[in-house]
Design a protein around this ligand. Sequence first.
Ligand code: KG4
Ligand code: ZN
Length: 353
Amino acid sequence: MIILGIETSCDETAAAVIKIDKKRDSLKLLANVISSQIKLHAKWGGVVPNLAAREHLKNILPVIKASLAEAKVSPKNIDFLAVTNGPGLIPALLVGTNTAKTLSYCWQKPLLGIHHIEGHIYANFIGQKHNAIKFPILCLVVSGGHTQLILMKKHLDYKIIGETQDDAAGEAFDKTARILGLGYPGGPAVAEAAKFSKKVQIINYKLPRPMIYSNNFNFSFSGLKTAVLYAVKKDPAILKNKKAVSALCAEFQQAVIDVLVSKTVRAAQKYRPQTILLAGGVSANQELQKQLAKAIKETLKNVSFSFPKTSYQLDNAAMVAAAAYFRLRKSGRQKQLLASWKNMRTEANLKLL
Ligand code: KG4
Ligand code: ZN
């Protein structure tokens, strides 16, 4: 079975082709094409939805064509189409969903709408045997739009046990980078500056760990970003001092990691998962990967830890195709799906069901 996945929910135009290897019970990636709009949005300090849509429109067909060429498959070899239909920026999402609907109609192929976060979670299953990741699973989803702890007792079964009350973790990285003049996207810039600080650390900043002791699994990152802003307002010279900026980045990153790790471990102690999964763009943060792995090893018995391979950490379409496979595996109602392009909705705030 071959699935073509499409993703345009934010600032990456992406298409991917996966093949289901039934013998090895695994997903094989044939192509994963991503056209990033980082340069376009960098000068605005963040993603501008209408500019993103215009760029997606320009790129979507070439990106799909490139993915088919790379995978060496033609449209007639494709069994299913899958597209992110939310959540995300509506002008951006609509380019992907309308393209997918059109292709579904013209090629007479069934189409599936996939939740962006479901995609991020299933990025962990690419290149793995299906049963290599054991349930129950506790997912720490950290992206530019989401910060959630999700419990999965089986495939496609989601219970949100905690989430951010304001900014997402990635959003806090992006805003902090903007305050410190580090540009967009903020996550990698802050992480890089924090690395530099390890080498030359002489300044010690102390930022809060919001909600770390709260009696639930929710998060809050907006105040942390404001604390960075106040530090800079109090001492504007920070901005001209590379060592000070990197020390502040290191402390900010550590504050985010402390809260994420502490809440994840506590949630695991309560819900007793067999696996903890990291998902979403912030999963690219190597300090988070390292410190979460260490905390799991030291405090939880027989709990394994998984995070996506580098190419599937940020927005991509391989994860969309992977999630679609698990949906199809469950439903198997291919004929019913064939007509679904007509009623597939595109929703900025699509709920994870
Ligand atoms: O999942 P993603 O690619 O897009 C959304 O669904 O939002 O996540 C993007 C977010 C951005 O906020 C970006 O700054 C953050 O992930 N990010 C990172 C790193 N790489 C990307 N945050 C921290 N450290 C990183 N290395
Ligand atoms: Zn994402």
